[in-house]
Design a protein around this ligand. Structure first.
Ligand code: PHE
Length: 337
């Protein structure tokens, strides 16, 4: 084999496309390529010529490899150039992003308002025992809320139930923490009620609890006024109507001035100018001692509000069931945090 001719062939090689390069590769470096033949031929070369023969073959190999590297790089680059240019003026693909559920948005807003004035967030279980949901909170054994009508009991002895309110978290926190206590407790609550536009068997509450020395009803009133102004606007007013809860004394129902008609009277506030948004009161001394806190030293207030109710007022939603239907057309109208 003429090594000089092969060296020249390798050195002069030019490829116009990948096919030519591939053919060149297999002619020189393939299994049955010339270089394998040349190396195999080594044993037939006279011993004194072997050295120079070896050098010539290596030179061919090197020349072939250089060409291959050079053209491989060239065709790779031109490959990417041959893909069509991107038209940046075309509208992009629509990527739907999820949005926060209105109940989540309003819950977060409530927690944020209270966290700015020193309330931390506590949580408790949704399956509660009688003590935390009822007894520690002064519900007498014959209280109607214990009736099967209102509560989803887990067993026939009524020892466990789906909690009917987040006030159960008050008990858990007071049992395990020393005052001062300042917490909010958000979460799901359950009631055995017929589902309608105004009631559901599942909804969300945010509870508030503040226990310290010398906490008074005036502190409660001022905290709730602050909350109403932050939540519904600086013009908002509140009013407290006497009410009853077994675990607070005195107890009140809090109304906020209707932010839709500014108190003039409209359909939403049923022409009263006021909207009821939560229950509240001073923690009953008996509840404090049930939970191991000395009522002679400490006093405190508690409040509990329905998150859906506040979301309905804030977003003018007329039917509570919409929150649980997961209709994307409804859900995507709210913030996209
Ligand atoms: N737990 C009461 C309810 O569900 C609300 C409430 C909480 C009232 C705290 C007073 C104090 O209606």
């Amino acid at each position: 084999m003429d090594t000089q001719a092969l060296l020249q062939e390798a050195q002069n090689f030019q490829a116009e496309n990948k096919e030519q390069l591939d053919a060149f590769k297999s002619r020189f470096l393939g299994k049955k390529g010339v270089l394998n033949d040349l190396f195999a031929n080594m044993k037939h070369v006279a011993p004194e010529s072997r050295k120079s023969y070896g050098q010539e073959v290596n030179a061919i190999k090197q020349a072939a490899e250089e060409k291959i590297t050079q053209y491989t790089a060239l065709f790779e680059n031109s490959d990417s150039k041959s893909t069509p240019d991107i038209d940046h003026s075309l509208p992009g693909n629509w990527m739907p992003v999820g949005s926060m559920h209105p109940v989540t948005l309003v819950r977060n807003e409530i927690l944020e308002i209270f966290s700015k004035i020193g309330f931390s967030v506590a949580e408790g279980p949704e399956i509660e025992d009688d003590w935390h949901n009822f007894s520690a909170l002064n519900f007498p054994p014959e209280h109607p809320a214990r009736d099967m009508q209102d509560t989803f009991f887990m067993d026939h002895e009524a020892a466990f139930a789906l909690r009917t309110h987040t006030s159960s978290v008050q008990v858990r926190i007071m049992e395990n923490h020393k005052p001062p206590i300042r917490i909010t407790a958000p979460g799901r609550v359950y009631r055995n009620e017929a589902i309608s536009a105004r009631a559901h068997c599942l909804f969300h509450q945010v509870e508030g609890l503040y226990i310290d020395k010398n906490v008074s009803f005036a502190d409660l009133k001022q905290t709730l006024l602050h909350f109403a102004k932050e939540m519904f606007g600086a013009e908002s007013q509140i009013r407290l109507r006497p009410s009853y809860f077994p675990f607070t004394e005195p107890s009140a129902e809090m109304d906020v001035s209707c932010n839709i008609c500014s108190g003039e009277g409209c359909n939403v506030c049923k022409h009263t100018g006021w909207l009821e948004i939560m229950g509240c009161g001073m923690v009953d001394p008996q509840v404090l001692s049930n939970c191991g806190i000395d009522p002679e030293t400490y006093s405190g207030y508690a409040f509990g509000m329905g998150v859906e109710r506040i979301a309905m007022l804030k977003y003018s939603i007329k039917d509570l069931r919409l929150f649980f239907e997961n209709d994307v057309k409804f859900l995507k109208q709210f913030g996209n945090g």
